[in-house]
Design a protein around this ligand. Structure first.
Ligand code: MN3
Length: 193
């Protein structure tokens, strides 16, 4: 499968003032595109991978019959593709609150605020580059954690529900070193909550 960059479901400036248009454009058109290009370069080497979705590549990452250097490339660039595609779809200029998810979050974390605090803690304390996640684990329980680099929860058998990019390229133009402020503002454009 040759992977391609999808159009965003909203304009680059649609998430202003929380995420600025220039950051969105560079992040989508340059960073996300680069992950896709590098993923395609690796996948093209193996006819056995030709029909696999990026989600399936990540779910079966540990058992793919590929060279170790290519497994790491799929982890990084496949993760980069899947994480960013998920991230764009996770945001919207208008909220479309998911009431079932909200009540599940209240059950699991005590309240939406308590969940947001735990999520922000995972996002702020991720050293260097990575992602903060709300996932459903193998038992369908909600969990919060962060991953390094572009590592996907799919490779741990978990399903992402909410994901936040905390690489500096996601916020540095507008927020510089103020990751906490970026996280606080980002909740305003999270579609499901
Ligand atoms: Mn990114």
């Amino acid at each position: 499968m040759k992977f391609e960059l999808s159009q965003l479901p909203y304009a680059y400036n649609a998430l202003e003032p929380y995420i600025d248009a220039q950051t969105m454009e560079i992040h989508h058109a340059k960073h996300h595109q680069a992950y896709i290009d590098k993923l395609n370069t690796v996948v093209e080497k193996y006819s056995t991978l030709a029909d696999m979705s990026v989600e399936d590549l990540l779910k079966t990452l540990k058992t793919l019959e590929v060279d170790e250097v290519d497994r790491i490339a799929i982890q990084n660039h496949g993760g980069g593709h899947a994480n960013h595609a998920f991230f764009w779809d996770n945001m919207a200029p208008q909220k479309q609150g998911d009431e079932t998810l909200k009540s599940d979050i209240e059950l699991a974390f005590g309240s939406t605020d308590a969940f947001k605090q735990e999520f922000a803690k995972a996002a702020v304390s991720r050293f260097g580059s990575g992602w903060a996640w709300l996932v459903r684990d193998e038992d369908n329980a909600l969990k919060v954690y962060s991953t390094a680099n572009q590592d996907s929860p799919l490779s741990q058998g978990h399903t992402p529900i909410i994901g936040l990019d905390v690489w500096e390229h996601a916020y540095y133009l507008k927020y510089q070193n103020r990751r906490q402020e970026y996280i606080d503002n980002w909740w305003s454009v999270v579609k499901v909550l």
